[in-house]
Design a protein around this ligand. Structure first.
Ligand SMILES: [Zn+2]
Length: 475
């Protein structure tokens, strides 16, 4: 699909944004009431009070934008999303986990083409951008080339991984042939081809789908090759009690996946452990000591997995960020919704484990941090993104809070977590380029993507032989 203009036609000059409430998320949590920010090329050149920056930069700026008191935030980082599953939204609602996996998701994913993956990522990317995401960590799909093409076009920033499995029961026929060597080799090739492409917006990570689909050799070689290439590893960790039970009974450890990964030296600061729901206190300590990053996905946790000890992890100093997971596990790929849920699930969990509620648990500023700076740390990119600071990349979001959903704005920071809706996200910039402006997606034709994705999705379900049981009484 051709681009709809946007990126190619935007100037890379100096842009001055002023009269904004700037939530910097910098190390001192500065919030500028009447702030201005200067974008020069792909980076933030200056940040400060509007009168000062207007005086200094108005003569130099190619464009001056009055934000009329709207909010300016760093772009959100979604640290666990299956972009390839967007065409599978609604194929596995209200079913048990085994049906979800064996009868819906595996047939769906194993019948995808690269073109399906491209369209799925475009559709998912539109939803991500609309919810203020500028960077995401792919959780693992089959066709990285398709994802990369979509990310490049959309203008997003991403850490892409292939879905990697070299063992496991009941895998689709075309998946069970992957040897450990071919798993490592194909990722090395993807790294060579796509890492640091799209003006540096795309990075390639190594994937481990989950421990039940990984031999020891795959785990160890992934650990070593990722270290050698100085990149990250994205893995689903301790998702369900059964996983821990299996690891305990087959791999000779006393608790579960996290304990085993500690034993084999895979817990390192470049590991992004998605979900990490079933961790005990000792394992939280391992994560903290090793600098492991956790992606907390509250919606899919509530629906399929359980209550992760997020408060305990945060108290222990673990870097916890937020992910949406995939469309068949959550249905909504909105980081705005996920931030709201991240706060609620962890307040609710306090009643579940302690018998009494704790509305002070995981407050709004903590959730904002999880969605921005901690997200950037989780994807090993915090030297360039995650906060609005001079010298960092211009990845940011304009929020229009003056709507029925957010006024009267007594508590500006809490309003971003408890009141903000996806519809309050007004404009999104990534790498110094607008990718959504005044709620219009710029680099792709949104309607065209929607109709192509709907067609591709129904073709894919036909090929995969997925049929859904009827609900209610259609006449
Ligand atoms: Zn996942």
């Amino acid at each position: 699909m051709d681009g709809g203009g946007g990126e190619k036609t935007q100037k890379s000059g100096i842009l001055l944004l002023h009269n904004a409430l700037i939530v910097t998320m910098d190390p001192t949590s500065r919030v500028l009431r009447d702030g201005a920010l200067v974008v020069d090329g792909d980076r933030i050149r200056a940040l400060g009070p509007s009168p000062d920056l207007l005086r200094e930069f108005s003569p130099l700026a190619d464009d001056v934008l009055d934000l009329h008191g709207r909010f300016l935030l760093p772009g959100f980082v979604n640290t666990h999303v299956h972009t390839s599953q967007q065409l599978g939204r609604g194929i596995a609602d209200d079913v048990d986990l085994m049906t979800w996996l064996h009868e819906r998701i595996w047939p769906y994913e194993s019948h995808m083409t690269e073109e399906d993956s491209y369209l799925s990522t475009l559709l998912c990317g539109i939803e991500l951008i609309r919810s203020g995401v500028t960077c995401f960590a792919e959780a693992g799909g089959q066709h990285v080339a398709g994802m990369a093409r979509a990310v490049e076009l959309l203008g997003l920033r991403a850490c892409l991984v292939q879905s990697i499995m070299d063992s496991g029961e009941g895998l689709p026929a075309n998946w069970s042939v992957h040897s450990t060597d071919s798993c490592i080799q194909s990722q090395k090739e993807l790294f060579k081809k796509h890492h640091n492409t799209a003006d540096g917006r795309i990075r390639i990570w190594f994937g481990l789908r989950q421990i039940m689909n990984a031999t020891d050799r795959l785990l160890l070689e992934t650990r070593d090759v990722a270290q050698e290439l100085n990149t990250g590893i994205h893995m689903h960790v301790a998702e369900i009690p059964y996983e821990n039970q299996l690891v305990t009974s087959t791999r000779g450890v006393d608790h579960g996946t996290a304990t085993y990964l500690e034993k084999i030296g895979l817990l390192r600061s470049n590991l992004l452990a998605a979900h990490s729901v079933w961790l005990n206190d000792a394992e939280i300590g391992f994560f903290s000591n090793a600098g492991v990053k956790v992606s907390h996905c509250p919606a899919s946790a509530m629906r399929m997995l359980g209550f992760a000890p997020i408060k305990e992890m945060l108290d222990a100093g673990v870097c916890v960020s937020i992910g949406t997971d995939g469309a068949p596990s959550n249905n909504r790929m909105s980081m705005v919704d996920e931030m709201y849920l991240a706060s609620l699930i962890n307040k609710g969990r306090e009643a579940y484990i302690r018998g009494t509620t704790n509305p002070t648990a995981v407050p709004a500023e903590t959730v904002l941090k999880m969605a921005t700076v901690s997200g950037a740390k989780s994807v090993l990119w915090d030297n360039e993104i995650g906060s609005l600071e001079v010298g960092k990349k211009a990845d940011m979001v304009i929020v229009n809070p003056f709507s029925w959903s957010m006024v009267p704005l007594h508590d500006l920071i809490s309003s971003l977590v408890y009141c903000m809706r996806t519809e309050n996200i007004d404009s999104v910039m990534c790498n110094g380029q607008w990718i959504m402006k005044d709620q219009k997606i710029l680099n792709v034709n949104e309607q065209e993507v929607i109709s192509m994705a709907m067609q591709a999705s129904s073709d894919l379900l036909n090929r995969a032989g997925i049929t859904l049981p009827k609900r209610m009484n259609f006449v």
